[in-house]
Write a protein that binds this ligand. Sequence first.
Ligand code: ADP
Ligand code: MG
Length: 195
Amino acid sequence: MHPKEERTVVIVKPDGVRRGLIGEIVNRFERRGLKIIALELFSATKQQIDDHYPKDEKWILRLGEKTLANYTQYGIDAKAELGTDDKKEIGLMVRGWLLDYMTSAPLVKMIVKGIHAVDMVRKISGPTMPAAAEMGTIRGDFSVDDASAANRDKRAIHNIVHASETPQEAEHEIQFWFAPEEVHDYKRAEDDIMF
Ligand code: ADP
Ligand code: MG
């Protein structure tokens, strides 16, 4: 595969859709030179979101670890806050909140294609915790949430977008969310000038 053929999945989350940020988000990828080759507004079922996010122990432990690292940073006692400091229990708790959040309003799913699409889209989106996201990123410009606040209210972090983290995750998500006939490749006018 030519490096310019790399593809990734972006999902505008309920807070992004409800705040009217669909166009803003699409624009940020397009102006960089990345190509939107599939795009749809839809409502997901809990089962779909459950299948979308990884179920393996490693991913769940990582979710718990991210929460614990955030608690350490802000001096919060996980046991007092969540009733446990077990990575797996916290990870499962967060995953459950994520299913509620992602089914609370419509989503926009898209496939973004281009050179290092996975990394570029992650960089444009910014890291998971909005407080850690630089200005100029989607999460840094438009979200103010944090794990400590979200967990206190027993909900997922509202951080506007989902973006695949690795090319493998991206391919799994493309297979899961899109039928082959929903993907439409084309040549952009800038392609010959930009690369
Ligand atoms: P990312 O979306 O940056 O790839 P993850 O894959 O680690 O992040 O987590 C998936 C989503 O779960 C996050 O985008 C966020 O909405 C939510 N989330 C992650 N960690 C927490 C947490 N500690 N508390 C609440 N929600 C969380
Ligand atoms: Mg992720």
